[in-house]
Design a protein around this ligand. Structure first.
Ligand code: AVJ
Length: 346
């Protein structure tokens, strides 16, 4: 706690039950400018997916989740509603710490289960980059749970977890949405190993992971008929135009999302539809693209029970419960440190 710097107290009706802390980065993360210089100016071109989520991109992502094709969010939500009591019985948490909590929509199932289990001393620690979002989501949860205390954490979990608080008691870490699938294998392993390094013997991790399935189902999920995923992908160019004074013409690119069965991942690209030159006003650089040249904007890895167990294992974690729907579309994996794994009690 001493490494956290307290920013301000909420003044709403929930005053006194909501605190906000800044988590200092453990290491420097590249800026957008650096990512563009490293990833975009030379082929093969790519950008990290985190830049999708400006205000407009976050709204578009919410709308993706409403499309009939994009099953992961609603599948995970329904699964969590079903298994939350089991997870809470397994973890018996004093603290729920969620990385990338966003609007904390799915987490409400866990907090409902905490309430049903009578663990009303349990605190919720949502961790996200966006402070207004944390406050808004916090107010909603506090209204739903009059016993709840929230310690919101503002920061970038990609900058390392060294700055995370280590409150006394059993901690349930939560990383949902299959965001782990957006990392390359090495990055995913390092990230989970970093999380494992924050965990003690009685702590556990609940990880959401999307599963390998019929490629037509996967490709439809990233090519919705209403074109919202395409807008979401193209919005990245708007971010570059705004942040780096670039002059991307959105009409000169098209969205492409294809499943690669050998790598078990969706690859999302922006494809240049013509030979073109794009200028970056703030960088003094230009980007020459040929017709059909792709920019990789996101990978979304899909897992089998075996591959996600292996990933956890490589990070020093062992799955002790694996929750999935009947169709096996999604997994919620409950894991603990391998070196203390006695298949709970934690
Ligand atoms: C929820 C961030 C994991 O990879 O499925 C949705 C993002 N990209 N449609 C995913 C996303 C295109 C998403 N994550």
């Amino acid at each position: 706690m001493d490494r956290l710097q307290q920013t301000s107290l909420a003044l709403g009706p929930a005053s006194g039950r909501f605190d906000c802390h800044v988590v200092e980065p453990g290491r420097a993360v590249p800026s957008l400018e650096e990512d563009v210089r490293e990833g975009l100016l030379f082929a093969p071109r790519s950008l990290p997916p985190k830049y999708f989520y400006d205000a407009r991109g976050s709204v578009l992502f919410d709308r993706i989740c409403e499309t009939p094709e994009y099953y992961p969010t609603r599948t995970e939500d329904a699964l969590l509603a079903r298994c939350a009591d089991a997870v809470i019985a397994e973890a018996r948490p004093d603290h729920v710490i969620e990385l990338g909590s966003g609007a904390s929509r799915k987490t409400r199932h866990l907090l409902d289960a905490v309430e049903r289990a009578g663990l009303r001393h349990c605190r919720y620690w949502p961790f996200d980059v966006c402070e207004p979002m944390l406050r808004e989501a916090g107010e909603r949860l506090l209204a739903r749970h009059p016993w709840l205390r929230i310690d919101a954490l503002v920061g970038d979990y990609l900058a390392g977890l060294d700055g995370l608080p280590r409150p006394e008691g059993r901690r349930l870490f939560v990383f949902l949405g299959s965001t782990i699938g957006n990392f390359e294998p090495q990055q995913a392993r390092d990230f989970l190993a970093g999380l494992a390094a924050c965990m003690g013997g009685r702590d556990s991790l609940l990880l959401g992971a999307d599963r390998v399935k019929d490629p037509s189902v996967l490709e439809a999920a990233y090519n919705d008929a209403a074109g919202i995923t395409a807008d979401f992908n193209l919005n990245l160019l708007r971010v570059l135009n705004r942040e780096l004074a670039a002059d991307f013409e959105l009409g000169a690119f098209r969205h492409r999302a294809v499943y690669d069965p050998s790598l078990q991942r969706i690859e999302m690209h922006l494809v240049s539809t013509c030979d073109q030159v794009v200028k970056f006003g703030h960088l003094g650089e230009s980007l020459r693209l040929e017709a059909e040249e792709p920019i990789l904007t996101e990978i979304s890895r899909k897992f089998t029970r075996g591959s996600v167990d292996q990933l956890l294992h490589d990070a020093g974690l062992t799955a002790f419960a694996h929750h999935e729907p009947e169709n096996g579309y999604f997994s919620l994996i409950h894991a603990q440190l391998s070196r203390v794994c006695h298949k709970h009690p934690l």
